[in-house]
Design a protein around this ligand. Structure first.
Ligand code: PSV
Ligand code: MN
Ligand code: MN
Length: 407
């Protein structure tokens, strides 16, 4: 195979640079990305949803699909869940955990849902009405119990709270309510659980959003304690924001907790990660690896959070996982000695070129080799296409009803 020869050549080039390819492969094999259960069902925009014949309808379908994705990619043995969606019809969670385990998956980050009920018109824990705040906190506490039942140690909180008009509510008071609510959740968690707090600049609220940026998330997490960290959803930034710098700051402060990977061009587009800006994704991983090399304690939960509106969901997810792997692999191949030397000499051009050189490496042969060593086929997408799984679920699920989840 051509890629095998290319791999041999790459191994030689890296050896000359003093980069240990075995170490790189080992890191790539240990990478773990949580699959979002909600991404395999039908999803869409507020204008409508295009149905996919084989889209997952039940929680069992979602587990089956995640297991199929894991079969071909090998680095996603974990399914992230939304509590309202990933439950049996009679409200049980243990069977979900058991079925996932049967399929070789464990349940990862548990996401409370405080945005889909009528009561949330004015927010959840920031709501001006105490009864809504109270019932949201009850839901939070319930999520701790659910996480226990699912065997999960991570809660991922995104709040849709905000206001639409100036004057609508007192902003400082909303901040107080926000902290009070989060703190109750934090205190209700087990000692080995982590709370990840996601931020988003706007939508569904359009004037103010209570957790609007990393600064607010960082502030809340710092006030809560060590087991609260920031969750960075790549689509939740205004245009031009330097996300990799945010990552660097959070890593340095010990508050970088998790990612929701996706890509955007305009707002919270939820496109396949790496499809619009693969270089930006590489620069994020570069920060992570640089921190690791500097012995910073890096403990990050990686998740996808995407909405596959026009592409087949499972294929979109497979492609996304591969894009993340490529970015990670390239960042692992940065010639850090050369980079350091260029920096010490104030050689901006060479420093930048060193990063670009790693970004430009064709890492497909390396990733193919990693997969073969893991006992899976080198090309996950072709492997999936050849398997007949898409046709099977289309046959079995067709006409069984449409299930539409948010994205
Ligand atoms: C909000 O836009 C978000 O990114 C949050 O993570 C939600 O939990 C997710 O989308 C799914 O609706
Ligand atoms: Mn998200
Ligand atoms: Mn989002």
């Amino acid at each position: 195979m051509l890629w095998e020869k290319q791999y041999q050549l790459l191994a030689q080039v890296l050896a000359d640079k003093g980069i240990d390819i075995e170490r790189v492969k080992d890191k790539l094999k240990k990478q773990v990305i949580e699959l979002p259960s909600w991404a395999v069902g039908n999803s869409g925009t507020r204008y409508g949803t295009f149905r996919e014949e084989g889209a997952a309808i039940t929680v069992w379908d979602r587990i089956d699909d995640c297991a199929e994705i894991q079969r071909v990619v090998g680095i996603c043995p974990v399914m992230a869940t939304h509590v309202l969606w990933d439950v049996t019809e009679d409200g049980k969670y243990e069977p979900v955990r058991e079925y996932a385990a049967e399929k070789g998956l464990r349940i990862g980050t548990v996401h409370p849902n405080t945005f889909m009920g009528q009561q949330f018109k004015f927010g959840s824990i920031c709501n001006p009405f105490a009864d809504v705040r109270r019932s949201t906190i009850e839901h939070f506490k319930d999520c701790v119990r659910i996480a226990r039942e699912l065997g999960s140690k991570t809660l991922g909180v995104w709040l849709a709270d905000g206001t639409n008009y100036p004057g609508q509510d007192k902003l400082r008071e909303r901040k107080h309510r926000l902290f009070a609510g989060l703190k109750e959740l934090y205190d209700a968690m087990d000692a080995d659980m982590t709370l990840l707090l996601e931020y988003k600049p706007f939508e569904p609220a359009f004037y103010t959003t209570d957790v609007m940026d990393w600064g607010m998330s960082y502030l809340m997490c710092t006030k809560m304690g060590d087991r609260a960290k920031v969750l960075v959803d790549l689509g939740h930034h205004l245009l031009g924001v330097n996300v990799e710098q945010i990552i660097a700051v959070l890593l340095d402060e010990g508050k970088m907790g998790g990612f929701h990977f996706n890509n955007h061009k305009y707002a919270d587009d939820d496109l396949m990660v790496g499809s619009i800006d693969p270089y930006g994704l590489f620069l994020i991983f570069d920060q992570i690896i640089e921190a690791e090399e500097d012995n910073v304690d890096v403990d990050i939960v990686y998740m996808l959070d995407q909405s596959h509106n026009i592409e087949p969901s499972i294929e979109g997810i497979i492609q996304s996982v591969m894009n993340v792997q490529k970015a990670y692999a390239r960042a692992l191949l940065v010639d850090r000695r050369k980079l350091q030397e260029a920096r010490q000499n104030g050689d901006v051009i060479l420093a930048n070129r060193t990063l670009m050189e790693a970004f430009e490496i064709d890492v497909n042969p390396l990733l193919n080799q990693v997969r073969v060593e893991m006992g899976i086929e080198p090309d996950p997408l072709l492997n999936y296409r050849r398997s007949g799984y898409a046709e099977k679920i289309a046959r079995e699920r067709k006409n069984k009803g449409a299930n539409t989840l948010g994205g």
